[in-house]
Write a protein that binds this ligand. Structure first.
Ligand code: PGA
Length: 267
């Protein structure tokens, strides 16, 4: 079986990761502007998500609701426990109460700035999916790992560790998305060449095939992330195993983000 695929049957998915940016007023304004842009593009419901900071989830939920654009509300992180003495943490149930549909796990800033490891990321991923959220599991190598020729090994390890105990149904249903984000490309203005990104995505899909079989591998969406902009999106999105993107800096400007959504839609 070839684990590469034409992308047939996979709807591209573009996520905006706002990180620790915006304030209440700019978050609601940006959400409204993204919703308007997505409506203009005629993107179908569920093709686009935005992930504001936790304190603005309810306000952004309302800004999205009034537009009826089908843009999904996302969160940047979640804790795996349901409730209890976990100061500062936020549960799946709390996110769902706020209208959240999708959550990021294992973002490189959680891994490398905050210090999260594969086991914690796996628990979060399982809790999100088993609790009924969609989940974007983020993986990717650092510059040192890339220079040491470890890109594929790191992607394989993080994919396997992130998916321990995750049921195949979450992959075949498309509720689990993988975001491949080379750490050296995040927020740096550098991005992988479309060919390098495609090669990594194809190999990640092969890892999923080895774990779950061809049906899950063909269904799982793999987003590319790291300095994606309106100007480089088309080439990246055109690659057969790239199924959309996870966008940081460019997601803070509605028109720039919309250009990336448009490129993913043209796929
Ligand atoms: P960037 O961030 O687009 O600003 O590089 C991507 C991400 O961290 O998801």
């Amino acid at each position: 079986m070839s684990s590469s695929s034409s992308g047939k049957g996979r709807t591209p998915f573009v996520g905006g990761n706002w990180k620790m940016n915006t304030d209440l007023a700019s978050a609601t304004a940006l959400a409204g502007a993204v919703a308007d842009a997505v409506l203009r593009l005629g993107a179908a419901a569920g093709e686009v998500a935005i992930c504001p900071p936790f304190p603005y989830l309810l306000a952004v939920a309302e800004a999205l609701r009034v537009k009826r654009s089908g843009v999904l509300l996302g969160a940047q992180d979640v804790y795996f426990e349901g409730s209890g003495a976990f100061t500062g943490e936020v549960s799946v149930g709390m996110l769902k109460d706020c209208g959240v549909k999708v959550v990021l796990t294992g973002h490189s800033e959680r891994r490398h700035v905050i210090g999260e490891g594969d086991e914690l990321i796996n628990r979060k991923t399982r809790a999100a999916l088993d609790g009924g959220l969609m989940c974007i599991l983020c993986i990717g190598e650092t510059l040192a790992q890339r220079e040491a020729g470890q890109t594929d090994a790191v992607n394989e390890r993080q994919t396997k560790a992130g998916l321990v105990g995750v049921g195949a149904e979450h992959l075949t249903s498309g509720r689990l998305t993988i975001a491949y984000e080379p750490v050296w490309a995040i927020g740096t203005g550098k991005n992988a060449t479309p060919g390098d990104a495609q090669d990594a995505h194809m190999k990640i899909r092969r890892v999923v095939a080895g774990m779950y079989g061809p049906e899950a591998a063909a269904a799982v969406r793999i987003q590319y992330g790291g300095s994606v902009k309106g100007s480089n999106a088309a080439e990246l999105m055109a690659q057969p195993d790239i199924d959309g993107g996870l966008i940081g800096g460019a997601s803070l400007k509605a028109e720039e983000f919309a250009a990336i959504v448009a490129a993913a839609k043209r796929k």
